[in-house]
Ligand binder design. Structure first.
Ligand SMILES: [Zn+2]
Length: 125
């Protein structure tokens, strides 16, 4: 799976190099969004997470979790963060709303990552 990078967001072009680095450091904890037909699809099961339109009420499998800004896909339980707050520099703090799938690991030292395409099996190193 591809890792999320600032270049995937239009705001990247407006940031300083330092701001882009800080955003990149934040985004490394997430997979690149799976965007298809202008909708964000679940990285694991492909179900409709977010399209920004009225159909989201009917189609979306995103469910809010207990922690503010966090949720998951109802179909497969893959964890997703919807609300983001990133310190870009001393003056500017960026908050944005976008469903980004967390990268997940089978160990606390983050050596073995779970590939959503492989389900919940251990990915190869
Ligand atoms: Zn899913």
């Amino acid at each position: 799976m591809e890792i999320c990078t600032p270049e995937q967001f239009s705001v990247s072009g407006e940031l300083t190099d330092d701001g882009n680095k800080k955003l990149a450091d934040y985004l490394v904890g997430f997979h690149a969004p799976n965007i298809d037909d202008d909708a964000v699809k679940c990285v694991k099961c492909g179900s409709h997470i977010f399209g920004g339109g009225i159909m989201d009420a009917l189609l979306s499998t995103f469910t809010w979790g207990l922690v503010h800004g966090e949720g998951f896909c109802t179909e497969c339980n893959w964890p997703i963060r919807m609300y983001h707050s990133v310190d870009l520099d001393r003056e500017e703090k960026s908050s944005f709303q976008f469903p980004l799938p967390h990268r997940c690991y089978t160990d606390d030292s983050h050596e073995t990552e779970v590939d959503p395409a492989l389900g919940h099996q251990d990915s190869e190193k």
